[in-house]
Design a protein around this ligand. Structure first.
Ligand code: 8YV
Length: 312
């Protein structure tokens, strides 16, 4: 069978690239120095795209691929894909849900502990040899504190279960109230006002852009910490930096940023922020499962079978 021409829009691990290359004719758009020349030579033949959760496939690019049939995202978030446009064109989209839920939730709960117990600062303190000069300052307990989850999907729920195990109380905000025992807040501002930790776990994209703005941060206030494991676009980063600098919120634990991998110097200098380089799903176990779904979705599509994890 003839190999399906596939355009690769992002850097991918070898354990994904190897099976992709074995099954398809892969063209590396991400590393191509002359992207226009690559499109001119293979664009008319491309039938598949592989990209990551953080990468983007704008309509202007997709329009140059008249035979495109499927976009397979190596990630659960597909805010980089113009899904409504793809639907109108009959282009299928797949993602990698479920397999990364536990790791991302672990990362969120670790950020809660790292920020509240000052674990990163404590580690730095010891490495710097400061312990012999005195004890590390006291930090804050998480038990009894209220965590507000913004976006109670699969990942949001997995975070809530972990934080309950730490003795925390849970509330949430989202588009609709769900049949769960946790308190629902219709208003995001009211949730921010009530909680000690505001945890962003909703999808990215136009609908949630800068949902966490200056007013939400003001409501979170000096007793509050912002955690974001979702998408950088959900938080107004400039407003967050201003709030961290003024100390008008207590701190932040962030795994995602507005312009990854660029993180503003001003944010890197905030001692009250714990910053991770988008490692939420970054384990061998999970990334291999994500890779398997990408490969199997493309294979199913090539054989005309049902997709495993379709978005549309
Ligand atoms: C990954 C993600 O960082 O699943 C997502 O939406 O952002 C992450 O799991 C990414 O897709 C892999 O590079």
């Amino acid at each position: 069978m003839e190999k399906m021409p596939v355009l690769v829009l992002a850097p991918l691990p070898d354990f994904l690239m190897e099976p992709l290359r074995a099954a398809h004719a892969c063209h590396d758009y991400f590393h191509a120095e002359d992207k226009a020349a690559l499109l001119a030579s293979v664009g008319a033949e491309i039938r598949g795209i592989v990209m990551t959760g953080g990468s983007v496939s704008p309509v202007a690019l997709l329009e140059q691929l008249p035979k495109l049939e499927i976009i397979s995202v190596f990630g659960v978030g597909y805010d980089g894909v113009p899904v409504d446009w793809c639907r109108t064109q009959g282009i299928r989209v797949t993602n990698t849900p479920d397999v990364l839920t536990e790791d991302v939730a672990d990362t969120a709960s670790a950020l809660v502990l790292m920020t509240s117990r000052q674990l990163i600062a404590a580690n730095r303190f010891l490495h710097a040899g400061s312990w012999t000069q005195g004890a590390f300052p006291l930090a804050h307990a998480v038990r009894g504190k209220l965590a507000g989850i913004v976006g109670l999907g699969r990942i949001g729920k997995a975070i809530a279960h972990r934080l309950e195990a730490h003795g925390m109380r849970i509330a949430y905000h989202g588009r609709t109230q769900q049949e769960v025992s946790w308190e629902f807040f219709d208003s995001l501002i009211e949730l921010a006002r009530a909680v000690d930790f505001l945890i962003v776990a909703c999808p990215g994209g136009a609908k949630t852009k800068h949902l966490i703005n200056a007013s939400v941060l003001e409501a979170l206030g000096a007793k509050g910490t912002l955690i974001n494991i979702a998408r950088g676009s959900v938080v107004d980063e400039a407003a967050l930096i201003a709030a961290l600098q003024r100390g008008s919120i207590r701190g932040a634990g962030l795994d995602v940023f507005e312009h990854e991998p660029q993180v503003p110097d001003a944010l890197m200098q905030c001692e009250n922020a714990v910053l991770l380089p988008h490692i939420g799903s970054g384990t061998y176990e999970t990334r291999r499962e994500m890779a398997r779904l990408v490969v199997e979705n493309l294979a199913a599509h090539s054989r005309g079978e049902l997709l495993l994890t379709p978005v549309c």
